[in-house]
Design a protein around this ligand. Structure first.
Ligand code: SF4
Ligand code: SF4
Length: 239
């Protein structure tokens, strides 16, 4: 049975996908954006772990995790950054991660596409990226992606947040994933644990009034989505 938080996460992914109106140029086989610079929450990581367990691909997965490049502990989560901004503190956005290719990339396609995290789902471009042409996307899309990331972080508050491979390694300590310990070099899972931080509750959105008007339909569709008979808004508010 899928846990409630993972069902909520899937509801959020679905609402975002339905909201996107941009003419996106991204296509299967285009993957220069697939680096190890992906930040996820534990709920997103648990969804990936479940996918691997159900397909009995533990050895394959353990080999992928061992391709992790050097990462550093993120200084701010998205909600941590927002809280600082809302309190008027002068903060710079974090620039963490690695430009190494993502280990889940196989023949230029994502091998965990069905359960890829939100950072991968929202990374998009209206023109095909080339070495001289980085991803291009509108301001409203970027603001909406950040707002959704804040909601996803709120869903996973108190749990791990960090680089995707660190979070996946850290989750190897959870009882249903313990079997990975035998497949990974000594202390590798603990290294993941050392690099993750805690997800924080939503302190408010970093949206100007006109941005909020454009993004309100997306947030409304997320909050009103029903999961197990309750709205996501009520679940997020513990009602
Ligand atoms: S963001 Fe750029 S590199 Fe990534 S899939 Fe889209 S067009 Fe390709
Ligand atoms: S998880 Fe999939 S979509 Fe995300 S960076 Fe890796 S290969 Fe690309």
């Amino acid at each position: 049975m899928i846990p409630l938080k993972e069902k909520v996460l899937l509801g959020i992914y679905d609402a975002f996908e339905k909201w996107v109106e941009e003419d996106i140029a991204c296509q299967k086989g285009c993957a220069t954006c697939c680096t190890q610079n992906v930040i996820i929450t534990a709920v997103e990581g648990e969804l990936i772990h479940r996918f691997i367990r159900e397909r009995k691909k533990r050895e394959w997965f353990a080999a992928k995790l061992q391709k992790k490049a050097k990462t550093r502990r993120p200084e701010f989560t998205t909600n941590g950054f927002a809280a600082n901004c809302l309190e008027g503190n002068d903060v710079e956005p974090d620039t963490y991660g690695s430009g190494e290719p993502c280990p889940f990339l196989e023949q230029n396609c994502c091998s965990i596409y069905e359960v890829r995290p939100f950072s991968c789902r929202c990374f998009a471009s209206t023109a095909v990226c080339r070495p001289s042409v980085p991803a291009l996307i509108g301001e409203t899309y970027l603001s909406a992606s950040t707002a959704v990331m804040q909601v996803i972080e709120h869903l996973g508050q108190g749990e791990f947040l960090g680089n995707m491979l660190d979070v996946l390694l850290a989750l190897c300590g959870v009882s249903e994933n313990r079997k990975y310990y035998k497949l990974l070099p000594a202390s590798m899972a603990d290294q993941g644990l050392a690099h993750v931080v805690k997800a924080l509750p939503l302190p408010g959105f970093l949206l100007l009034e006109e941005e909020m008007e454009k993004i309100a339909p997306l947030l409304e569709s997320i909050f009103l989505t029903k999961v197990d008979g309750r709205t996501i808004e009520d679940i997020l508010n513990n009602k």
